[in-house]
Ligand binder design. Structure first.
Ligand SMILES: C[S@@+](CC[C@H](N)C(=O)[O-])C[C@H]1O[C@@H](n2cnc3c(N)ncnc32)[C@H](O)[C@@H]1O
Length: 295
């Protein structure tokens, strides 16, 4: 049985400390949506420029480079485990760069998922390229796929269109990299911005849906889920990142912090202007029914 590392007081945020490959099959639960930011296998001693300083790009032992065959095997395994835990109409979003995303897309197709879109996240403030021998890296990709080619998925088309000033939302999203205000509980080396996760969540889930992240890190997915009044379960291997996740979730117990975060995320800030159908209901916890893992 999965032992939770942390459960928020209103049970809308559950985190397990451990290895996704061992824990995932133990879930007796189906999720509405999965977001995964898996290792990109980029940590091979390279350098980059951050705030004017040359820094090593190594993220941690978990991100160390592997052979093409090992990367394919890794992706095939966790994507297969995730497919078993998705509802029939559920969707999965997987982020990456060219280093891993082609492997992810091939594995998704092999496993029977249907790819819906490949989002290009264009970073509005990318780090400079110090070698000056090729173009500045300014994008990441997020593959969106549904579990089954035959079962329709959720897409909040109207909401996305309204957020995009009345025009159909395209698959290129210009969003800033993570802001200083998002690091109030420390910084994860590959922390994703809340504005990216809230866009994904608003596009593909409804209030109260359950969202899962198999590589939670600092649990940006969980924080974004709760800011949108969705529920979250995650797994993270590193104890320090579990601690950071817990601190981030506890920060949200302060309504002023929630309000401040929402006001800094353009899509969430706009919701009240878009009409009552798109309001995220405030107030008491929405938890009901079975939990993905027990206390
Ligand atoms: C790319 S980071 C995710 C960052 C996250 N999206 C955030 O915003 O903080 C990947 C995370 O997966 C964790 N991880 C790597 N292998 C894992 C495994 N087998 N099981 C669970 N977590 C794992 C790493 O410790 C790391 O924190």
């Amino acid at each position: 049985m999965i032992k939770p590392y942390y459960i928020s007081a209103n049970k809308d945020f559950l985190l397990a400390h451990g290895n996704t490959f061992e824990l995932l099959s133990e879930f007796n639960f189906k999720f509405d949506m999965i977001f995964a930011d898996p290792p990109y296998f980029l940590s091979n001693g390279g350098i980059s420029l951050q705030s004017g300083k040359i820094v090593c790009v190594n993220k941690g032992h978990w991100d160390k480079g592997k052979s093409i065959e090992e990367i394919d095997e890794f992706n095939l395994q966790w994507l297969s485990l995730c497919r078993d835990k998705l509802k029939e109409n559920g969707t999965i979003w997987v982020s990456g760069t060219f280093h891993n995303i082609f492997s992810v897309a091939t594995c998704l197709t092999k496993l029977g998922y249907k790819i819906l879109n490949v989002i290009t996240w264009q970073k509005s403030n990318p780090p400079a390229n110090i070698s000056c021998r090729f173009f500045t890296y300014s994008t990441e990709f997020i593959v969106w796929a549904r579990k089954s080619p035959k079962v329709a998925h959720k897409y909040n088309y109207q909401l996305m269109k309204l957020i995009n000033e009345g025009k159909q939302m395209t698959d290129v999203w210009k969003l800033p990299a993570i802001g200083r205000w998002e690091k109030s509980c420390g910084k994860h080396p590959t922390q994703k911005p809340l504005s990216l996760l809230t866009r994904i969540i608003l596009a593909s889930t409804d209030n109260n849906d359950w969202i899962f992240d198999p590589f939670s890190g600092s649990s940006t997915t969980g924080i974004a889920a709760n800011l949108c009044h969705r529920k979250f379960a995650g797994i993270e291997l590193d104890k320090d990142f579990c601690l950071m996740s817990k601190a981030r979730r506890e920060e949200l117990n302060n309504p002023n912090v929630c309000a401040d975060f929402r006001s800094r995320i353009p899509d969430l800030k706009r919701l009240p202007e878009l009409g009552k159908d798109f309001l995220i209901c405030e107030g008491s916890p929405n938890y009901y029914g079975k939990l993905p893992f027990e206390e």
